[in-house]
Design a binder for this molecule. Structure first.
Ligand SMILES: CC(C)(COP(=O)(O)OP(=O)(O)OC[C@H]1O[C@@H](n2cnc3c(N)ncnc32)[C@H](O)[C@@H]1OP(=O)(O)O)[C@@H](O)C(=O)NCCC(=O)NCCS
Length: 216
């Protein structure tokens, strides 16, 4: 299976990444991440819930829009739904339509984003951001400290989204994507329990919640 962000679950590579990086392993403080959401009448109500096998036909439609002929197969998604490391989410908008999804693997103290995509007609509504926020919130709940992913170097929308949320580049994997030999940028967060990540994340979350109320 060729993933959109990370093609294979390669623990050796993950260990190498960690050895190369310059993380500062300080003790995390206890997070008191509030669940209070100011009710804003103008905000759109959406739901982010666990992906279900019934979602997969619609998800394949969005995959095709997002990745063309290199999209994942139905079998890949079914495989992911039975992968015990995997957390997959579907986003249902206020019209009750599945318009976006994302997936991560939780491996010890790290989360690896494997995929995040929004249907073409529904981009720029903040749904990519809502999914990323949901991923980070789950990482807090699961006491995961770091989040990582790979992204095509040409994928400006995705790189901007991740950069906005505190990810930075930790180097390239040369010719990582086999379809066109494109390099992958490896991105990591800092420890998400540190103020350096947490304070801007909370500000962004608040701003997003003025626009979108996330149920789930
Ligand atoms: C990347 C993607 C998920 C963004 O989803 P989205 O719902 O359209 O994005 P949002 O509306 O939440 O935008 C959030 C931020 O992303 C960045 N962004 C989104 N679209 C962008 C674009 N076309 N150009 C530049 N930056 C963009 C911006 O930083 C934006 O913040 P801003 O509104 O303050 O400028 C979407 O473009 C997509 O599905 N792309 C195809 C699949 C893909 O490449 N996935 C990533 C694989 S690693």
């Amino acid at each position: 299976m060729r993933a959109q962000c990370r093609p294979t679950l390669n623990l050796k590579q993950i260990q190498d990444d960690k050895a190369d990086s310059q993380f500062n392993y300080k003790l995390p403080f206890l997070l008191n991440y509030g669940t209070i959401k100011a009710m804003n009448e103008k905000a759109e109500n959406i739901t982010i819930r666990k992906m279900e096998s019934e979602d997969i036909d619609r998800i394949i439609e969005i995959e095709e829009q997002a990745y063309g002929s290199h999209h994942w197969s139905k079998a890949s998604f079914f495989q992911e739904l039975s992968n015990e490391l995997a957390w997959y989410y579907s986003l249902i908008n206020s019209e009750n339509k599945l318009v976006a999804y994302a997936g991560t693997w939780h491996i010890l103290e790290e989360a690896h984003i494997t995929n995040i995509a929004v249907a073409k007609d529904y981009r720029h509504h903040g749904y990519g951001e809502a999914l990323l926020k949901h991923i980070v919130d789950d990482c807090y709940k699961e006491k995961i400290k770091y989040i990582t992913l790979e992204v095509r170097v040409s994928n400006t929308p995705a790189i901007n989204l991740y950069t906005k949320y505190g990810f930075s580049s930790f180097g390239l994997r040369k010719k990582y994507y086999q379809d066109n030999n494109e390099d992958a940028m490896i991105m990591w967060t800092k420890n998400i329990f540190y103020d350096e990540f947490k304070i801007p994340f909370e500000k962004l979350s608040k701003k997003l919640e003025e626009k979108i109320l996330i149920n789930g």
